[in-house]
Design a protein around this ligand. Sequence first.
Ligand SMILES: C[S@@+](CC[C@H](N)C(=O)[O-])C[C@H]1O[C@@H](n2cnc3c(N)ncnc32)[C@H](O)[C@@H]1O
Ligand SMILES: Nc1nc2[nH]cc(C(=O)O)c2c(=O)[nH]1
Ligand code: SF4
Ligand SMILES: [Mg+2]
Length: 236
Amino acid sequence: MTTLRIAEIFGPTIQGEGALIGEPTVFVRAGGCDYRCSWCDSMHAVDSAYRHDWAVMTPEDVMAEVRRLSGGKPLTVSISGGNPAIQDFAPVIAIGKEEGYRFACETQGSVSQPWFADLDTLVLSPKPPSSGEKTDWHKFTRCLHQAKGCGQAVMKIVVFDDTDYAWAKAAAERHPELPLYLQPGNPEVDPELPVDLNQATDRLLWLIEKVTGDGWFTPRVLPQLHVLVWGNKRGV
Ligand SMILES: C[S@@+](CC[C@H](N)C(=O)[O-])C[C@H]1O[C@@H](n2cnc3c(N)ncnc32)[C@H](O)[C@@H]1O
Ligand SMILES: Nc1nc2[nH]cc(C(=O)O)c2c(=O)[nH]1
Ligand code: SF4
Ligand SMILES: [Mg+2]
């Protein structure tokens, strides 16, 4: 039987980023990732040093926890990670949809899965140069093909500096069909340390001024709402 490596399941909270910002959601955070972004805010779901903290769950176990957290009331389930696309979430989505749950997935676009087509929202978040990772656009396009038939596919890019910004513009030119969301990078990812809200606002202002000053009117610029409200606290 399929089992899944799960780093954490939490909520209900609100989706803090991108197209579904503000939407009540339960997060299912898969354990394991094929990337090692220098600034990853979820290393507890990436680094195999944490794998002993990950649970091995069946799809029914996962949905039982989602049901418990949501009081059995259907809502949007956000599957994130780590990279959830290295595992088979098809059975979780099938069980959940049967009960009226909706599904979104966050992935970097390096691995494609047939179950992308079953999602309501696929968030593809290719990584800019500051991450230290390199996007394989061929694999990214394969993800988009697999997503045919899903509710919507969108692109979300983290921008730390001018080089990332230029890279995001080029990515947008490559995929003009994808609604684009930009968010400033958060360099302070230690869950034990508070986030400086003034600095977070300055980073957002910097990105807004880049976009408006450039006359680039297609992307939406958003903060990480959960970081503004809770800092880097886990499980929110
Ligand atoms: C933790 S990742 C997990 C899903 C998938 N591996 C990915 O990267 O898309 C979820 C989202 O958080 C973003 N993210 C990670 N670290 C961040 C940081 N320090 N500042 C801003 N966004 C960050 C990622 O770019 C991605 O869009
Ligand atoms: N509230 C909240 N919104 C989020 N959006 C993307 C997240 C993620 O880590 O994938 C995340 C998260 O961890 N919490
Ligand atoms: S791809 Fe996502 S989860 Fe993996 S290291 Fe990068 S930000 Fe973290
Ligand atoms: Mg996060």
